[in-house]
Design a protein around this ligand. Structure first.
Ligand SMILES: CC(C)[C@H](C(=O)O)[C@@H](O)C(=O)O
Ligand code: SF4
Length: 469
């Protein structure tokens, strides 16, 4: 009898072209790659210099998302010269190497990790690599996705393979039921707070349990997306009927007989009973509360009813220093209650939380209420398709009437790499995934939380518990 295997083992085994050494390195076949304008230019330049073609152009999909503006109306023009060059070079590369591109004016444009699942480009059982760390998102579909660097992008374009070292495996079981006001973002933020920002470094993490099964596919994407903030270089969820229903009839998903064949294969994509994991973590969903970060690392997070911890109570001198530095940067004090911290900005967007379901939750929180007069609030849909859907459902009008700016799709204020940058000192409630120093603008202060919690903060004008609205 063969050894029981994890879902991760199955992906790696089925994609191993050959073993390279005894240290765990293999040549791994990669089914699909998603390219963006920001991390691909040097890879294409490398191909051009060495005169190599792209091995399988149909295995790649390119999107424009990081540097583009998201101003209310879209012209396709980019005022910033550097950004304009990157977008134009991506178009040139896609033309010359016959790769499909969702350019700025394409109705399929959006943030890569929103667009690729939306179009059915990512399917269960696939191994996907891309020049972006949040490629872990695809675990929600039963695919194995991980981020790679520029030289690996070039290698992948040229050969459809990568040199890969096997990871250790971790299983995170989330049992119980989430209470009202607590969502998938809180599951992953609580996990990161528990195991630390490098707690899953070197691991592929498989999520399972009653609370994961109960999540929608989109909510599962939030969990897998942010798993990289615990250091995981891959996140998994066994694909179930919800995933198959999500994928059925997506433009790039298989159809007819091929769909039926795919389904019978996908149904087998699970860890075998008795498969061994190198580490197991257990979370009781019923104990979770809405989470908010107070510091400059995603693991510096607490339940919203908490108080900011005191560096003096931290025994480790390095951690103590980190905490103090985070508090100084954030302009906060030990012992301060999270609730009531006044915000200047509210940002709902990013590949973590800007799908249609997120926007529906936001609309529900807003109701007929208004954004506080001192807050600048912005909603940036994860894709142009999400934008159109939100407009068709009347959500966009509700957002605008409540005082939110309603934008075009892109990474926007998730990272200060385009026109949407916060001024120094500004404090922002944000539905994104990283709260590093300078992430949303030099000197700007980010508090991560669920999109519904951002909406609640926008209305209240300060961090607040959605359950008390
Ligand atoms: C720009 C890109 C390399 C980066 C990533 O890899 O994640 C970005 O998307 C981010 O979220 O920080
Ligand atoms: S939305 Fe943010 S996290 Fe996602 S790819 Fe863009 S910059 Fe990275």
């Amino acid at each position: 009898m063969s050894q029981p295997r994890t879902l991760y083992d199955k992906h790696i085994d089925s994609h191993t072209v050959c073993t390279l050494d005894d240290a765990g390195h293999v040549l791994l076949y990669i089914d699909r790659q998603v390219l963006n304008e920001y991390t691909s230019p040097q890879a294409f330049s490398g191909l051009r210099e060495s005169g190599r073609p792209v091995w399988r152009p149909g295995a790649h999909l390119a999107v424009v998302d990081h540097v583009n503006p998201t101003a209310a109306s879209r012209t396709g023009e980019i005022a910033d010269a550097g950004g304009a060059r990157q977008v134009a070079y991506l178009a040139e590369n896609c033309r010359d190497f016959a790769i499909e591109l969702f350019d700025l004016l394409d109705r399929r444009q959006g943030i890569e990790h929103v667009v690729a699942p939306e179009q059915g480009f990512i399917l269960p059982g696939m191994v996907v690599a891309a020049g972006d760390s949040h490629t872990t998102t695809y675990g929600a579909l039963g695919a194995f996705g991980f981020g790679i660097g520029t030289s690996q992008i070039e290698h992948l374009l040229a050969s459809q393979t990568l040199v890969y070292k096997r990871l250790r495996s971790m299983r995170v079981r989330v049992d119980g039921k989430l209470r009202p006001g607590v969502v998938s973002k809180d599951i992953i933020m609580a996990l990161i707070a528990r195991i630390g920002a490098s707690g899953a470094t070197g691991y592929a993490v498989e999520f399972c349990g009653e609370a994961i099964d109960a999540l929608s596919v989109e909510a599962r994407m939030t969990v897998c997306n942010m798993a990289v903030e615990a250091g995981a270089r891959g996140a998994f969820m066994a694909p179930d009927q919800k995933v198959f229903d999500y994928l059925a009839n997506r433009p790039m998903a298989p159809k007819g007989e091929r769909w039926q064949q795919a389904l019978s294969h996908w149904r087998q994509l699970q860890s075998d009973p008795g498969a061994q994991f190198d580490r197991e973590v257990h979370i009781d969903a019923s104990q979770l509360q809405p989470m908010v970060t107070w510091g400059t690392s995603p693991d510096q997070a607490l339940a919203i009813d908490g108080r900011i911890p005191a560096p003096s109570e931290q025994a480790d001198p390095i951690l103590r220093q980190d905490m103090q530095r985070a508090l100084d940067y954030m302009g906060l004090q030990a012992g301060q209650a999270l609730q009531g911290i006044r915000i200047d900005h509210a940002f709902i967007g990013s590949c973590t939380n800007a799908r249609i379901e997120d926007l529906r939750q936001v609309a529900e929180v807003i109701g007929r209420r208004q954004v506080a007069s001192h807050v600048r609030a912005m909603i940036v849909p994860g894709s142009t398709a999400v934008r159109e859907q939100a407009e068709a459902e009347g959500l966009a009008r509700q957002f605008i009437e409540a005082g939110f700016e309603w934008r075009q799709s892109g990474c926007s204020m998730c990272l200060a790499m385009n026109d949407d940058v916060l001024p120094a000192g500004a404090r922002c409630a944000s539905s994104t995934n990283r709260n590093f120093e300078g992430r949303q603008g030099a000197g700007a202060r980010t508090h991560l939380m669920s999109p519904a919690m951002v909406a609640a903060a926008a209305i209240a004008g300060h961090l607040t518990d959605i359950r008390s609205l």
